[in-house]
Design a binder for this molecule. Structure first.
Ligand code: FES
Length: 207
């Protein structure tokens, strides 16, 4: 049967159009889906909280900080360990919103600028970062330097007759309001929380 050239041209044109549309859809999906996953991932992904021992409550000071080495990222040995600063909560100064019954405060030693280890200067009751001069007050709030937010914190709880346990890390803004954990360098005031989603796969911040 003879082939009508105009039919053949039409069929080829339609085939090329469909191919181009399919390629366009694949390209769009390749560009959009990772961004969508990045934005929505933190909403759906939450690891269960894990808790680790910090020792007896009686060994934790109230007027200064004690240091404890804990595992922040399991499964990678020493590289997953970090130092936390712990002290008993003092209701006279620890007036931040949330868990008023929490008896122990645990602050990260990682600077909120780019993550250098901070040290606590007992005489001045401040935390100092050696890298770019960031300074935090006794409650971990930024006093000066480039850090965009206070030191991150960890949830704590008391179990079995006075043993203290350390839970998930969370971030705080200048008012010490709780947010899901964020990376160093990410502010949590103003439009910061809208610009920087929580780290994917992290536990929900404690209520
Ligand atoms: Fe601490 Fe820059 S890393 S001030």
């Amino acid at each position: 049967m003879p082939v009508n050239p105009s039919d053949d041209t039409f069929t080829r044109r339609r085939l090329m159009t469909r191919t181009a549309q399919t390629a366009g859809a694949v390209a769009t999906a390749a560009a959009v889906l990772p961004a969508l996953g990045f934005a929505l991932g933190p909403v759906f992904e939450h690891r269960p909280a894990s808790w680790q021992p910090l020792g007896p409550l009686a060994d934790i000071p109230r007027e200064t900080y004690a240091m404890r080495v804990v595992t922040e990222t399991p499964g990678i040995g020493e590289a997953g360990k970090t130092t936390v600063f712990v002290r008993r909560r003092n209701p006279a100064i620890d007036t931040e919103p949330g868990d008023p019954f929490n008896q122990v405060l645990a602050l990260t030693s990682r600077c909120a600028h780019v993550g250098c280890p901070v040290s606590f200067k007992d005489a001045a009751h401040v935390f100092v970062c050696p890298c770019h001069g960031g300074v935090y007050d006794f409650r971990g709030r930024r006093i000066s330097g480039p850090p965009p937010r206070p030191l991150d914190r960890f949830a704590t709880r008391i179990v079995r007759g006075g043993a203290v346990e350390l839970g998930p890390r969370y971030s705080v803004n200048a008012e010490l309001r709780r947010f899901a954990p964020h990376f160093s360098g990410e502010p949590l005031d103003g439009i910061g929380p809208h610009l920087y989603p929580a780290q994917p796969g992290t536990p929900k911040p404690p209520e």
